[in-house]
Design a protein around this ligand. Structure first.
Ligand SMILES: [Fe+2]
Ligand SMILES: [Fe+2]
Length: 265
């Protein structure tokens, strides 16, 4: 079994597809992950499985790999103790989680936003431009840039888990480009399609960051690094001035508008 701990999870899943099913039962989405070259031994630490679940999942995986013999389940050495209780973010990570809340509020409105798309009239087009502007300015230039230019630098972009996040950011940007092109062509269908795809992508992405990536990063930070990160984030916020406030108001207003259309329907 030891030899498999140092193998990439994608390789193992290709050879033994049931391993992917077992991991997904523990909410570990290695099978659908686009990168998947994390090693089996890293999976446990990154996903911070409680000790009993680690042993149980490893025993089940061992049964799939070696169906005919009893295998000793190796204990995986972790840099930090498993902490299965609720997530306590450090102050800088809490900041990012709070930014996610605003992005999730926007994502939640996208289906209604799509129902009300008007690509013909000037005011209708402006609403679409404003929605796309929230994605480009708040979600991307403000939030994703903080991750890419500050946070991820602490870990290096060669890590698979970071590569996956960067790939998500790039895919989100591609959807935005496609939305703008579609708006030029007054192609309502294509705008809806890319808004929906963006919504699905971002909801999944934020879940991965909130539940897996950020807690894993937090477990690895020293107190000094947390202080450093917090002041780097604050400095970035200062450079952005009233941007967070402006987009918070935008989301509040949009929620009000949709509440109103709900009442009028
Ligand atoms: Fe991200
Ligand atoms: Fe994020």
């Amino acid at each position: 079994m030891e030899e498999y701990l140092d193998k990439s999870i994608k390789e193992i899943i290709n050879q033994f597809p049931d391993v992917g099913n077992i991991l997904s039962e523990y909410n570990i989405g290695c099978a659908p992950c686009s990168v998947g070259s994390c090693l089996l031994k890293d999976i446990v630490e990154i996903h911070n499985l409680p000790y009993e679940e680690e042993q149980e999942s490893m025993a089940r995986i061992a049964k799939v790999i070696y169906p005919d013999r009893e295998v000793k389940i190796p204990e995986i050495k972790r840099k930090r103790e498993a902490r299965p209780e609720e997530i306590n973010y450090s102050p800088p990570m809490k900041k990012l989680v709070d930014e996610h809340v605003l992005i999730k509020r926007w994502a939640a409105m996208i289906p209604e936003f799509i129902d009300n798309l008007d690509v013909e009239s000037e005011p209708g087009r402006q609403v679409i431009i404003d929605g796309i502007d929230f994605i480009r300015t708040y979600a991307d230039k403000y939030h994703h840039a903080k991750e890419e230019e500050i946070l991820f630098k602490y870990f290096g972009e060669d890590l698979d888990i970071i590569k996956t996040m960067l790939e998500d950011h790039d895919n989100a940007r591609a959807h935005v480009r496609a939305m703008l092109e579609a708006l030029d062509k007054k192609d309502k269908e294509a705008i809806s399609e890319h808004l929906n795809a963006y919504r699905e992508l971002l909801i999944e992405h934020i879940k991965k960051e909130d539940e897996i990536l950020y807690p894993w990063m937090d477990r690895g930070f020293s107190i000094t690094q947390i202080g450093e990160l917090f002041s780097e984030f604050n400095q970035r916020d200062e450079e952005f001035g009233n941007v967070p406030e402006k987009y918070r108001e935008f989301i509040n207003k949009l929620e009000e508008t949709f509440k109103l259309t709900e009442v009028l329907k």
